[in-house]
Design a protein around this ligand. Sequence first.
Ligand SMILES: Nc1ncnc2c1ncn2[C@@H]1O[C@H](COP(=O)(O)OP(=O)(O)OP(=O)(O)O)[C@@H](O)[C@H]1O
Length: 237
Amino acid sequence: MLAVNQVSRVFQNGKAGFKNVNIRLTEGEVVGVLGTSGCGKSTLLRVLSGLDLNYKGDIETNVSNPEHAFGMMFQEPRLMPWLSVWENITFGVAKKQNREQALDLIQTVGLDGFEDHYPKDLSGGMAQRVAIARSLLNRPEILLLDEPLSALDAFTKMQLQDLLLSIFEKHHTTTLLVTHDIDEALYLCDRIVIMRGQPGGIQSEISIDTPKPRRRGDAYLANLKEDILQELDFTRV
Ligand SMILES: Nc1ncnc2c1ncn2[C@@H]1O[C@H](COP(=O)(O)OP(=O)(O)OP(=O)(O)O)[C@@H](O)[C@H]1O
């Protein structure tokens, strides 16, 4: 579905955001990207989404509708305060089919009844639900999620992780999830790539061979967490 071959991004000041990255996502796969701060995770997502075209290397997608290949979501909801929930979800698309499409997505993210509310009336978790709905508009074939839940409190985060899990299962959307949260990656992903360095590159890859839904705190996941911490030099012997 997505093949990233030897991709690097060097900025105008000569500094590299990341270098020689290779990633492959097969259809329906959920892949996590974990890495220490500054290794280039956000830059990589910007390049993959087409927001930043100044890269070297090769990016191939195998999607049926290239115009709507990617859906993207960020750490902050980035809602427009003067637009209602449904208008935020459909902002930028042709008017006719809008409200109906938005109502469908509002139901998917569990916000029924809030379609005419404004961002000021929403909690942080609800605002991120709107952002999830907006990222699903036009049925993107690849979702790029840049730390989508990291600004939320622990309980809201777990609720939204379960929401993402149900969306992945229902829509089989191929997903690349950048996160700092190892437990989140272990709970949601089929595979995790670990980035390190500055400029960052991919250091290793871990596959999570246990079916979803998973039990938080599962012993197998705890062992994998230990391996990941070691990869990132965070374990003390
Ligand atoms: N426009 C830019 N010009 C120059 N350097 C940049 C630019 N954008 C990012 N960088 C640098 O590229 C590197 C990667 O940044 P990026 O934000 O992608 O890292 P990250 O892994 O997402 O970090 P974090 O986890 O803290 O969000 C950093 O060293 C950053 O300073």
